[in-house]
Design a protein around this ligand. Structure first.
Ligand code: MLT
Length: 319
């Protein structure tokens, strides 16, 4: 069974697939035409990707292609509908990196409240300003609004309890068990935006969520609220966000994801949103802890094994 890995992937996972008898080609910097050429050259039956985009044209490159595995949770970088039309299954690794994303979201929440990034920049510039940086409002008793109470939202809500935060969520599905376990109350998105002090987004990317947070939504938020996005860049209208923070409609935001992101191997990033005031940013690294990446690799190997042994597609997202 021929497997092409077109992204950075844990060595343990590669070794496990080789032990299974798979012929594995690992080329972490493949993208665009190079991806298509490598798929043609290897005639891969399985393609594993993380950030690398898989458009419809790439799905044609290897006639033997049966399975595309997203080594992560979201799969908006893969044309999964075109794959379904060609009988190619797309499978993801849900929940494996949920704790890692939740940990980053918490880091960002505290960083925003305490302005840790600005403080560090000032210190590096030789500035001491205890007065200015003594205005944090604190997390205890504040309301955390979790938009999307899936695996990641759930891990964040669990951690928020330890900080004595009040919890509300919105979701297209009901989570009655999680509601009683965590004491988290359901709201509509609009109610949540009006009520929360911290809003954290955990919804899938794609057309259904594109710009779900834009000018009308910023108008609903408290001017003391902070917005966090560790889901997908397109969920927030970045131009509207830049205006909202500049005009003081919200207190600040932290982004791990952006409307247009470079490929993992690119070195340049020129999104103006990161220059707006009170916006902190990280490099789409929510899922990038060692333990999360090992768990994702293990799950990808399990998907390969299930397919090889039983012809079944574990976590298939495009049947
Ligand atoms: C995910 O969808 O799980 C993350 O975006 C994974 C990643 O950073 O590759």
């Amino acid at each position: 069974m021929n497997v092409l890995i077109a992204d950075k992937f844990e060595a343990d996972g590669i070794a496990a697939m080789k032990e299974m008898g798979c012929e594995v080609t690992s080329e972490p910097s493949l993208k665009d035409d190079a991806l298509i050429e490598a798929m043609k050259a290897t005639g891969c039956e399985i393609l594993i990707v993380r950030s690398t985009k898989v458009p419809a044209v790439a799905l044609e490159a290897s006639p033997k292609l049966k399975l595309v595995i997203r080594a992560g949770s979201g799969y908006d970088t893969i044309d999964f509908k075109a794959a379904a039309e060609r009988g190619i299954r797309v499978c993801n690794c849900p929940g494996m990196n949920a704790v890692a994303v939740a940990e980053l979201a918490f880091g960002l929440m505290i960083a925003l409240d305490r302005r840790i990034v600005d403080e560090t920049v000032d210190l590096r510039n030789g500035v001491w300003n205890k007065k200015e940086y003594s205005k944090a409002r604190g997390l205890k008793g504040r309301t955390l609004g979790v938009v999307g109470l899936g695996q990641i939202g759930y891990e964040i809500a669990k951690r928020a309890k330890a900080f004595d935060m009040k919890l509300i969520y919105s979701d297209v599905v009901d989570h009655s068990q999680r509601e009683s376990e965590l004491g988290i109350a359901k709201r509509t998105v609009d109610e949540l935006l009006r009520e929360a002090d911290f809003i954290t987004l955990h919804v899938p990317g794609g057309e259904s969520t594109k710009h779900m947070i834009s000018t009308p939504q910023f108008a609903m938020m408290k001017n003391t609220s902070f917005l966090l996005n560790c889901s997908r860049g397109g969920v927030i209208d970045e131009a509207a966000l830049a205006k909202a923070v500049t005009d003081g409609e919200i207190a600040g935001a932290a982004l791990d994801v952006y409307e247009i992101e470079p490929a993992a191997t690119d070195k340049e990033f020129k999104d103006p949103v990161v220059n707006a005031p009170h916006i902190y940013g990280t490099h789409h690294v929510g899922a990038s802890t060692e333990q999360a990446q090992l768990a994702v690799a293990d799950e990808a190997v399990r998907i390969v094994k299930q397919y090889r042994d039983c012809g079944e597609f574990l976590h298939c997202v495009n049947t």
